[in-house]
Ligand binder design. Sequence first.
Ligand SMILES: [Zn+2]
Length: 258
Amino acid sequence: MRICYVIIIIGLLCCGLAQASGWQAVKSEHFVVYYKEDKNFAGETLRQAEKYYNKIASDLGYSRYDKFWQWENRVKIYIYPTREDFVESTGIERQWANGMANYEKKEIISYKWSKGFTESLLPHELTHLIFRDFVGFTGKIPLWLDEGVAQWEEKARGHAIKIVKNLIKDGNYIPVRRLMAMDVRHEDNYELARNFYAQATTLVGYLIEEYGGIKFSLFCRQLRDGKSVDEALSFVYANSIRSVDELEKKWLKYYGGG
Ligand SMILES: [Zn+2]
């Protein structure tokens, strides 16, 4: 399971990247892909990015904003040839970090690792960017929600569901209130980080599958506007979920059958 590393403010790095030499570019309506070698891979990345863009925006109900990423607002995707190049240039050394998104600069930075890049990292980081465009930068969006949405769009959901079913069966899951306060970006315990991602994914999945995307968008907007998770839940899902504890009970039943 891939775990992403998100950096919200990396101004210095980005200036450095933009001025670095040796980049070539291919462009489409919403994206510019920068690459140092393998034009075919860059072209395929561009094609996939446009495909994901349409799907994610429509899944999350943000299609009406579909002009906001054009021309000078296009998202930039930097693809380093190897992981060593990526690590050397970004300074990110964590074992499981294969890429990152800069929300404010609308940039995705990674390296060429074929299938994992196009099937997993690209949709994951694109979801972060679309989600941020929607909820903005000022609101307090909890990490579990940010990561849960990104992971849900990444087709990692089948794997996450399997992990969660086992965690529930063995009583090893992270209590949901604790999960919601965790900052997994500083977590060195791989298994705990993996469980965090799997649980976050299925919490988002449960809310979307059971109550629909429109309510889910409304829930995210409540958080953005400053409500606590308890308040946002009881505002949007008043007839079924009025607190984090009730959410945990329903989530346990949904995936654990108990
Ligand atoms: Zn992420």
